[in-house]
Design a protein around this ligand. Structure first.
Ligand SMILES: NC(=O)c1ccc[n+]([C@@H]2O[C@H](COP(=O)([O-])OP(=O)(O)OC[C@H]3O[C@@H](n4cnc5c(N)ncnc54)[C@H](OP(=O)(O)O)[C@@H]3O)[C@@H](O)[C@H]2O)c1
Length: 234
């Protein structure tokens, strides 16, 4: 597809990977809307990008319905949904609390589903569209303390396969992107520490992969791609 003048909606576009994706789509000439819960952070990101800000929590169905109303009022159409917003909690199984587990699933799984559902309605009516689910290499194999986050990403990977099977006949491309570790606020926000150095991925590499996958001619699509740092040092 040609990104110039396309319309993109990026959830969690106020920080990290989502912000880098929004930046790269904007630079390619797309009109971009970003979402996030923290209004101060969201407005600042939108100002820096020249993007349209929609304050919304993907885990709240009413917020998602309003997101699509605001987006369609503003732009009248949609070409690309980037389902990027995500959180985590990292605890051994024996310490895992149901509230924390369900909070992660509400954003990472239910939120992705309801955003995808509303986008699919728009895309099916127009017989074209693109859904990019930002998943994780955590969807490929488990790890200690991964009960909530890794399981949520396995679920996203499974949902993505179902959407592909359903939506291809409407010319909707559904693309899964699995970043390995990326230097963002994710770690600090979700109770982890991260060693930062130049060998580790930045949001720009993930944004590059998303843009490249979208720019392929609409006749084809890349179902899934993973992005690793070449030689990460911890
Ligand atoms: N960083 C990594 O190493 C890494 C690796 C693989 C995959 N990922 C995935 O990449 C995605 C982005 O992560 P990141 O590293 O860029 O994290 P980040 O810097 O913490 O950014 C997360 C973004 O999502 C928003 N967000 C969180 N919960 C939300 C909700 N319920 N509704 C709407 N927006 C919400 C945040 O804004 P508010 O808090 O203001 O809502 C923020 O804009 C996530 O899905 C994550 O799982 C990250």
């Amino acid at each position: 597809m040609n990104l110039s003048n396309s319309i993109a909606l990026v959830t969690g576009g106020s920080s990290g990977i989502g912000l880098a994706i929004a930046q790269s789509l904007t630079a390619a000439g797309a009109r971009v809307a970003i979402t996030g819960r923290n209004k101060v952070k969201l407005d600042e990101a939108a100002r820096s990008l020249g993007a349209f800000a929609i304050q919304a929590d993907v885990a709240v169905e009413a917020d998602v319905l309003r997101t699509f109303r605001e987006l369609l009022d503003k732009f009248g159409d949609l070409d690309i949904l980037v389902n990027n917003a995500g959180i985590g909690t990292f605890k051994p199984l024996v310490e895992m609390d149901t509230a924390g587990f369900e909070r992660v699933f509400a954003t990472n799984v239910t939120g992705v589903m309801i955003m995808g559902r509303e986008a699919a309605k728009v895309f099916a009516a127009r017989n074209r569209g693109n859904i990019v689910n930002i998943c994780s290499t955590a969807s490929l194999r488990g790890a200690a303390k991964g009960t909530a986050y890794y399981a949520s990403k396995f679920a996203v990977r499974g949902m993505t396969e179902c959407w592909r099977a359903e939506l291809r006949k409407h010319n909707i491309r559904v693309i899964l992107v699995n970043p390995s570790e990326v230097v963002t606020d994710f770690f600090a926000t979700n109770g982890l520490s991260q060693k930062v150095n130049d060998s580790k991925l930045r949001g720009e590499e993930i944004a590059w992969a998303v843009k490249a996958a979208l720019e392929m001619d609409d006749r084809g699509f890349i179902p899934e791609l993973s992005v690793f740092a070449t030689n990460p040092v911890d």
